[in-house]
Design a protein around this ligand. Structure first.
Ligand SMILES: [Mg+2]
Length: 347
């Protein structure tokens, strides 16, 4: 049997600007990199990124390093990845899947057999605009438009809702829906009692969809919103920790969302996301894939997953624009953004 080895290293990345998420503001990001080698494949290695989000990931464990080491030893001992053994630790599964793929792709960063991997096709992505005052947001939106983006996601729920609606209305007045598709992400900021009224106020401004209007874990409330919302609802945090197929099925059938948003680090690695997407498709629920503040190693793997499951010729913008957020990202991965698309390969 082939003999595998895995080294683990830790690296801290620094955000250019503090990044606000549903669990507070991040200034740095810690990732573990698993470097997989095999005696039968000399000179080749596969590297994957394990990057749980503090206080958000279901596998943000106090003894993360020890658990990761144990799973790495297990992968080496069995000569492969046992998805079921790693369901509860999606960030570890994702990193190991990435390393495994790269090793068996001869060490290449082309992790899929797709037009994207060959550099023939870029994946459309959305721009990201953080909430701010009107002038700042208008300037940021203007910048995204001039870069070629036609879909922008705005984080809401951070300031007074009336102010946010005013901002969105003014942005919409200036930039019609023919010019830009607006998605919003509430990160669970609305209470169930106020949510429907707020969804209506958003809907009149021609919003494509809203992520996670209320906090996760309120299936019945969320189901009611999805059944009568004037704008499509996309689940994000709701999927965290729902790792078993039967539970996934239950969640989709209870809530019946319009969309689900898949993040491999949070939602089951690549295998778990494929499972979510298949279950959603069977029920007529749409989906897209987004990164979760990984460095370029994780981002590249997520992009290849998107290319495989949605490509070729992806039309729904994916959330893969996070690569420019760090001052010290890994620059040896050949992914670049041109216009509103993410490309693989040197251009
Ligand atoms: Mg979100």
């Amino acid at each position: 049997m082939s003999r595998y080895h895995i080294d683990i290293t830790t690296r801290v990345f620094h955000f250019k600007e503090p990044a606000g998420t549903s669990r507070g503001v991040y200034r740095t990001r810690t990732s573990r990199f698993v470097r997989l080698t095999c005696d039968d494949l000399p000179e080749i290695e596969g590297v994957g990124e394990c990057a749980p989000l503090p206080r958000l990931s279901c596998d943000d464990l106090p003894d993360y390093d020890a658990v990761l080491r144990r799973h790495c030893d297990d992968v080496c001992a069995r000569g492969g990845i046992d998805v079921d053994a790693l369901r509860d630790v999606p960030s570890m599964l994702f990193g190991l899947e990435t390393a495994w793929r790269q090793l068996h792709a001869g060490g290449s960063t082309a992790l899929s057999d797709t037009p994207f991997a060959r550099g023939e096709e870029g994946i459309p992505i959305n721009g990201l605009v953080w909430m701010g005052d009107f002038d700042t947001m208008a300037a940021r939106l203007e910048q995204k438009l001039s870069q070629g983006f036609s879909c922008v996601k705005i984080k809401i729920g951070a300031i007074d809702f009336a102010d946010e609606i005013t901002l969105i209305r003014r942005l919409r007045d200036r930039y019609g829906s023919d010019r830009i598709e607006l998605r919003v992400d509430a990160n669970g900021a609305f209470s169930p009692a106020e949510a429907m009224d707020r969804l209506q106020q958003l809907a009149v401004n021609d919003i494509h969809s809203i992520e996670q209007p209320i906090m996760a874990g309120q299936w019945q409330e969320m189901a009611r919103l999805c059944a009568s919302s004037p704008l499509p609802i996309a689940l994000d945090e709701e999927l965290i920790g729902v790792n078993m197929p039967e539970r996934k099925r239950q969640l989709l059938e209870t809530i019946r969302p319009q969309y689900i948003i898949l993040k491999p680090s949070l939602h089951g690695g690549m295998a778990g996301c494929r499972e979510w997407i298949a279950l959603a498709r069977e029920r007529g629920i749409g989906s897209w894939i987004t990164s979760a503040l990984e460095s370029n190693v994780g981002l590249n793997a997520i992009a290849h997953l998107a290319a495989e499951v949605y490509g070729p010729a992806i039309t729904i913008p994916q959330g893969l624009g996070t690569g420019q957020l760090f001052t010290d990202n890994i620059d040896t991965i050949p992914i670049t953004i041109r216009g509103d698309r993410l490309w693989h390969g040197r251009h």
